[in-house]
Ligand binder design. Structure first.
Ligand SMILES: Cc1cc2nc3c(=O)[nH]c(=O)nc-3n(C[C@H](O)[C@H](O)[C@H](O)COP(=O)(O)O)c2cc1C
Ligand code: SF4
Ligand code: FES
Length: 651
């Protein structure tokens, strides 16, 4: 693919959409009208345009939202505006699942067929949609609608789930759950017929929970917030909660409500104690990252603060794409100011004046709430050149992902913000030295950051008090995402050390008197355990002792009626699809793993079962030892763990 400057050219709608992000084109060289007086024969502004490469993804989103796909003329226009070679930009556009580079109807339902939704009947929904609309990916209803299968949409507690995207002057993204096929089609038709709300507007709707009624993105009123909280956080309102203490009690769109509920007390304490003392408290708290790698947060912040290179950056990792994980979404939807405040404290401690929040494209409501919180914080002096009147300056920019699990890996996330394919970097150097834009960067998960409010907000000694909760290296409260065959799925906050059995009891156990077949701990990159693991304490050490992992806090229950083979095949397909393809062991290994599982499941005998299992072990070992990043290294964990326990899955 190359520039085709003699046409076809981008339509006025495409150009206008891109210009909203990039500003008007300044010269003929940059895709604007040619002015012989100023343009002459000398190209100006190329260096400056290339310096804005990080706006490539926002510009591609603008095209996708406006016309429902990234056409070649539209891509050419973006390339001229940013001085990016078209082949490279095409490589970026095709990397992300939510960007379409081929013609597609404007209204699309992305229907989750991942593991939790499968347990809740997603395959039936897909079969019904196929009957009514035709196969996934095909245009239906005179080319106005289509549907696609999607990996986990991060709404597993309300499963089965779907996300609607409708391109146009007033583009729409909307998550709906629980769904059935008739509901999806009805909402698609209704969404496609929405009145125009003006260019650039993105309406987001709350997961509709049991009612099916769309919650508006604006300020739906405290009762609607409470209802959303009850649907996703069964403990909402309970007095012992720390991380979820405001959920369901405050209006997440109200800064006043936040302030009235201990909001911004932690920032005030941080500014009073100074950056070193903040890092000291966080270090003494023993807080480790909740994004999966369990790295000590205090050490990470101290390392960034000590770097002589400037500027420093803070990045909030809100990509949350691990199947079965939704706690970050719930925090952002129902207590967004807490995320903004904790990022500000991270910036203060690490000497950063700029933060980025990278949120997955499948979280429209969370994104709307976070953007609103940032605007309100800025308007009231909690962000900007002088945070609460102090000499500390801090700004936050939101970047939307576009459907790529790998972009949760911290260095792939940097690449994505920089406007590239989300391909992980080799480490070292680590992000604390060479991170976003090559500068020292503290990257933290949403839940990790929100923990900091309790530590710093408690003032001097807050770190030590935090460390008294939990055990060993697992200190403080922890959010678990409970889904699958449980009476009350949702986000639960418990102290580290709570047993699996106790957590399941909080979630009202397996319904209908059925028995537990297996429990998936840590998500697709985690492990399956059996009912014999119910007394395991949920700590990093406790799960490690039984050969499992806590990962990002997924606890997904499969009862005796669950299709375990189908779940394993879905996990294998997930990794095959999400591998960035950069390194051979993962790119080839994930394909071979899926093929092997298919042979076992379909009883295709190429070699004996024992030989197949040996081969699977070798593939897994190669991926573990020779992959660049955690995706390849963990891609066989869940599958291997299940096959090691024939009582969990008969294959
Ligand atoms: C394939 C892959 C996906 C990841 N996805 C996420 C994610 O969605 N959210 C997250 O916080 N961390 C994710 N991580 C971990 C990040 O690389 C990083 O460790 C984390 O953001 C650091 O923040 P923390 O120390 O607060 O946990 C992922 C890692 C890998 C290898
Ligand atoms: S392990 Fe997989 S996802 Fe990670 S860099 Fe290699 S190919 Fe990409
Ligand atoms: S939303 Fe479907 S599996 Fe998570």
């Amino acid at each position: 693919m190359d520039l085709h400057v003699i046409g076809p050219l981008a339509t006025p709608a495409e150009r206008a959409a891109v210009d909203v992000v990039l500003g008007p084109a300044e010269s003929g060289w940059r895709g604007g009208g040619r002015d012989p007086g100023t343009d002459g024969h000398v190209a100006r502004g190329g260096h400056e345009a290339r310096g804005r490469r990080d706006l490539l993804l926002p510009a591609l989103h603008a095209l996708q939202d406006r016309v429902g796909q990234i056409t070649q003329p539209g891509l050419n226009y973006v390339c001229r505006r940013l001085s990016v070679p078209p082949a490279e930009a095409y490589g970026v556009a095709t990397f992300y699942a939510l960007f379409a580079t081929k013609s597609r109807p404007p209204a699309v339902a992305h229907v989750c067929d991942d593991i939790a939704c499968r347990l809740a009947g997603a395959e039936q929904v897909c079969a019904d949609l196929t009957r009514s609309l035709g196969p996934a990916g095909e245009p239906a209803r005179d080319g106005t609608l289509s549907w696609l299968r999607s990996p986990c949409l991060g709404a597993c507690e309300l499963a089965p789930a779907a996300m609607l995207t409708v391109a146009g002057e007033a583009p729409l993204r909307q998550t709906i759950a629980p769904i059935d096929a008739a509901g999806v089609i009805g909402r698609l038709e209704q969404a496609a017929a929405f009145p125009k709300a003006g260019p650039g507007a993105t309406r987001a709707m709350a997961p509709s929970a049991a009612t099916g009624a769309p919650g508006a993105s604006g300020a739906p009123g405290i009762e609607a917030h409470r209802e959303a909280a009850r649907a996703s956080v069964p403990q909402a309102g309970e007095p012992q909660l720390q991380l979820l203490r405001r959920v369901g009690l405050v209006d997440p769109t109200s800064l006043d409500d936040y302030l009235a509920n201990r909001g911004y007390q932690a920032l005030e304490a941080a500014l009073a104690m100074g950056p070193e003392a903040v890092i000291q408290e966080v270090t003494e708290s023993g807080l480790v990252g909740r994004g999966g790698a369990a790295f000590p947060t205090g050490r990470k912040w101290a390392a960034v603060a000590a770097q002589p290179a400037q500027p420093h950056y803070v990045v909030c990792n809100a990509d949350e794409s691990e199947p079965g994980t939704f706690s970050n979404r719930v925090l952002m939807e129902l207590d967004p100011f807490a995320v903004v405040e904790s990022m500000t404290i991270a910036g203060f401690a690490t000497g950063a004046s700029k933060g980025y929040l990278y949120i997955r494209g499948e979280y429209p409501l969370a994104e709307a709430r976070i953007r609103h919180a940032i605007d309100a914080a800025r308007a009231n002096g909690y962000l900007g050149a002088s945070v609460t009147g102090s000499p500390f300056a801090f700004e936050i920019e939101v970047r939307r992902g576009a459907g790529a699990y790998i972009c949760g890996e911290e260095t792939a996330l940097f690449e994505s913000i920089e406007g590239k394919r989300g391909e992980p970097r080799n480490k070292p150097p680590f992000p604390v030295e060479v991170g976003l834009f090559g500068k020292p960067t503290a990257v933290n998960n949403v839940e990790t950051l929100v923990n900091v409010l309790g530590i710093v907000g408690a003032g001097p000694g807050g770190g030590k008090r935090f460390a008294e909760v939990g055990s060993g290296i697992s200190t403080g409260p922890k959010l678990f995402c409970l889904s699958g065959s449980v009476g009350r799925p949702g986000v639960y906050e418990v102290p580290f050390g709570t047993t699996l059995r106790q957590l399941l009891e909080l979630g009202q156990g397996v319904p209908g008197g059925r028995q537990i077949r297996a429990i998936l701990l840590g998500g697709a990159a985690g492990m399956f355990v059996g009912a014999d693991a119910l007394d395991t304490p949920l700590t990093f050490e406790g799960t490690r002792a039984i050969g499992a992992t806590l990962g990002s806090g997924v606890v997904m229950v499969f009862d005796e009626s669950a299709d375990m083979v189908g779940a394993l095949r879905r996990i294998a397909a997930f990794f095959r699809d999400e591998s960035c393809g950069q390194c051979v062991p993962c790119r080839v290994g994930t394909v071979r793993q899926e093929e092997l599982l298919a042979r076992l499941a379909d009883r295709v005998e190429v070699r004996s079962r024992e030989q197949e299992l040996t081969l699977l072990g070798e593939i897994a070992q190669t991926m573990r030892d020779a992959s660049i990043c955690g995706l390849g290294q963990t891609a066989s964990f869940a599958i291997e763990s299940a096959l090691r326990q024939p009582e969990l899955v008969a294959l």
